[in-house]
Design a protein around this ligand. Sequence first.
Ligand code: NDP
Ligand code: OXD
Length: 309
Amino acid sequence: MRILLHRADGVTEPWLRGFAAALPQADVIVWQEGAAIAACDYAVTWAPPAAMLEHLAHVKAIFVTGAGVDGIMKFADQLPQVPIIRLGDAGMAAQMAEYVAYAVLRYFRRFDEYEAQARRGIWQPLPQFEKADFSIGVMGAGVLGRRVLAALAAFDFPLRGWSRSAKQIDGVQCFHGADGLDDFLRGTRVLVCMLPLTPDTANLLERRRLSLLPQGAYLINVGRGAHVAETDLLALVRKGHIAGATLDVFRSEPLPAPHPFWDEPRISLTPHVAALTLPDVSAAQIAEKIVALERGEAVADLVDRHAGY
Ligand code: NDP
Ligand code: OXD
């Protein structure tokens, strides 16, 4: 069996080790532009370069080394009609829960303001926010979103979730579809975007919808940068309607310099690290799915080409 591996970061060693441990019978070929590559059975990639597409033509399945598949789905029309399979959790859900819980607690306990005060030498306790006024709305109640909701439930925040299809989640007020979005936003104090990027979700968070959030709301975006209209967000932050934003993802990554986000103190930035792909866990998950496919069994985390995630 031959597996074609593409790593944009050039770090292949942990993947080769992971596959050697989990699927010793496989030959793993590292894709390189211009190299002669014989046909492979499976491909493993996150966002393939256009030059790699010809080498996907005869694979039996394509494995995406992330939860989000927008990096490959932009080539949807050029991909063979084989299963596209993403990572399901693979150690990312716990990381996402850590990231979002940290950001929520930082705002709820006003640590962002205490950090600013401390830099100016100010010793001044601030009034506590009321938990009842601090509803958290998670957009995307999927594998990662549900884990985040479960983590936040431990702190007794009022929780809301928004998804494409209707859901019932214990302790979470659930909304769904375009019709449910405005009501979801109106009652959400901390908006957490954990959506996949698809034609339906691109640019979703623009001025009108962000303005539906209550005065003094917060935004945490760990989905994709293209969910948010950056200039609209900046204007609402500067106006004080949005009290703070924690952003892990951007329209252009790395975030270019200059960019107004760098200089806005109410915006906190991280370089797309909310939940990192763990090569050992991920290679083991992919290997297990390859074994299942070889046996003719169904596998989880199939991408729905029509929905785009
Ligand atoms: P899932 O596919 O498990 O969940 C996606 C959720 O989004 C589902 O609840 C789905 O609804 C909902 N959704 C999709 N389209 C719409 C829509 N048009 N309207 C409303 N809801 C919608 O994905 P994961 O939870 O595994 O991952 C989510 C995203 O997190 C990834 O796609 C990626 O963009 C991002 N991510 C970011 C990382 C980072 O480091 N910043 C790391 C990993 C992922 P339904 O349940 O009805 O299908
Ligand atoms: C992912 C990501 O989608 O890291 O897995 O963004």
